[in-house]
Write a protein that binds this ligand. Sequence first.
Ligand code: ISE
Length: 334
Amino acid sequence: MTIKVGVIGAGNIGADHVTRLASQVVGSAVAAVFDVDAARAEQVAAGAGAVARSSALEVIEDPGVDAVLIASPGELHAEQVLACIAAGKPVLCEKPLATTAADCLKVLDAEVAAGRRWIQVGFMRRYDPGYQVVKNTIDDGTVGEALLAHMVHRNATVPGSFTSEMAMTDSVIHEIDTTRWLFGQEIVRTTVVATKPSPLAAAHLRDPQIVLLELAGGGVVTVEVFVTCQYGYDVRCEVVGSTGVVALENPTANALVTGGRRIEAVPADWRVRFGATYLTELQEWITGLRAGVVGGPSAWDGYAATAVAESAVASLETGEPVAVGLVERPGLYT
Ligand code: ISE
């Protein structure tokens, strides 16, 4: 059985997903593509043997579409995911699930009312072999009790439209999800600390920033987010346990050793660093759908991550620690 996917949003990440679904993932094909840029949609659809549609709703309601992948701008996600639930179609929604916790709650309510899971949120790091080693090492007790973690999230550069708040909602949201997943606990408070700004960051941008995430069980995670570090994409994670430490370094593909030096390549961006991870994520989504199962990061995970990111934005604005208030977790997500 082939799962015919409709893709909404054919920018970089959407187009990458179309290629994966059409030619690399086992058991999927791309049936329809929509993008606000009609010429782009035509071009991406043609490369995958799919049809370009003229609206997101046309993709969702297309009887030839079995499942939907949403890679549109975040502010459109809630409405599009709700339309997928109404149409009874499973959906893989790129992060964020929605840009406000209030909108995420509307999605949760709709999925709970439907009585089953339709939604997977695109927190792809959970599918990365390096992060999985960290998770397994915590879970099997090798480093004792996990107490705290240090995380680093650096981008070489960001577009001029990128804001200090987006460092939380677009970038650190990955560390927020990773923290919740690794520790198996909710984050209860965030504090954002500005450091001396880089002279190379745009004037409107506070960069770098340090984010403190406090967990329900007392653990603390520090995240350095530096989105104009210039040298490449660098994502790291070190978990400190009561008897040891497990670390995920920035992986390197090649190293050149010459003249008494070792020179290693740094990935250019997340599309390079997490390319294989995205493929695993999509393969597991499709394999699950072929077996009638929706798994992976849930709408609850999407809601909790957005709520924490919202509190980080509030802390950035006030300079104070901000508590995260989550609703009670519905039974569908336990
Ligand atoms: C981007 O939107 C992503 O999702 C990347 O994974 C992240 O590393 C980057 O910082 C974001 O801007």
